[in-house]
Design a protein around this ligand. Structure first.
Ligand code: SAH
Length: 257
């Protein structure tokens, strides 16, 4: 019996084996990288089958769907101990891996942003991420300043990760086919160890600036601007979408003094 695809769980099962292999191959074989790998949402195991064959990694999986969990347990050996049933977004990662780990998965598209925010919370333990997401989201994440689609996730992810486009995938590679195009990307942790400004404040500045992205920063950030603060710097005449990661760092520093 196959797993019945549930829309609410973002289930679109990849059926193209050569694409599945290419995704698993995008996870680098490098002894400097951690052996521990977490697969988010294995479904019927199209990636899992190749992950468990690799000798350079120790994969574990987290799957929310009971039917998929049962499928994996009956179709693959060695699943008990590797496969967790539950919600990745609620998972306490420090209980799963003590040290560094990598992340792979054909992410459920409806929660891909939340997954990235959770990865960012653990960024110093996650040197590499390979994932399939909606192509539109992949484009946005990789976008450079100045574009209309450059946004919160572009800045926050680019601050800590290099982003590479691996391949584009059409709807026909899935069952059932999604309405959108997909893309596989790889995130590699860059060498940045600190931003040079308060990290929490940086996040707040980025989020507040983009929440009213059509306004100039002077107006969008008004709720954060304290009385007497100098806002004559021309950066305040710009919109959020013009600012690079370093520009946002410099801007955050102005709010720290
Ligand atoms: N990897 C499979 C399935 C991709 S569909 C394939 O490529 O064919 C996305 C998968 O994520 C589904 O199996 C779905 O049940 C699972 N999923 C959805 N939300 C989840 C969550 N919060 N935590 C863990 N898994 C989740």
């Amino acid at each position: 019996m196959e797993v019945r695809a549930k829309k609410a769980l973002g289930q679109h099962f990849l059926t193209d084996q050569s694409i599945a292999m290419a995704i698993v191959d995008a996870l680098r074989n490098d002894p400097a990288l951690p052996r521990d790998v977490l697969e988010i949402g294995p479904g019927m195991g199209v990636l899992t089958q190749y992950l468990i064959k690799r000798e350079d990694i120790d994969p574990r999986m987290i799957e929310i769907d009971t039917e998929s969990v049962e499928y994996l347990l009956t179709h693959f050996n060695g699943m008990p101990g590797k496969l967790m049933e539950g919600d990745y977004l609620k998972l306490d990662m420090s209980c799963v891996f003590k040290d560094k780990y990598r992340v792979i998965g054909n992410f459920p598209y409806n929660i891909s942003s939340q997954i990235f925010f959770k990865i960012l919370d653990d960024k110093d333990k996650v040197p590499e991420v390979v994932c399939m997401i909606q192509k539109e989201v992949a484009d946005r994440i990789a976008e450079k300043p100045g574009s209309k689609t450059y946004g919160i996730l572009s800045v926050l992810l680019q601050a800590w990760y290099d982003i590479e486009y691996i391949l584009a995938v059409g709807p026909g590679a899935f069952c059932p086919p999604p309405k959108v195009k997909s893309a596989v990307i790889r995130l590699t942790r860059n060498s940045r160890t600190s931003l040079g400004c308060d990290e929490k404040l940086f996040k707040t500045v980025v989020k507040t600036a983009f929440n009213q992205r059509r306004k100039t920063l002077r107006n969008a950030l008004k709720p954060m601007i304290k009385e007497g603060m100098d806002t004559t710097d021309p950066v305040f005449d710009l919109r959020a979408e013009r600012l690079s990661v370093d520009d946002f760092v410099a801007l955050t520093k102005k709010f720290q003094d």
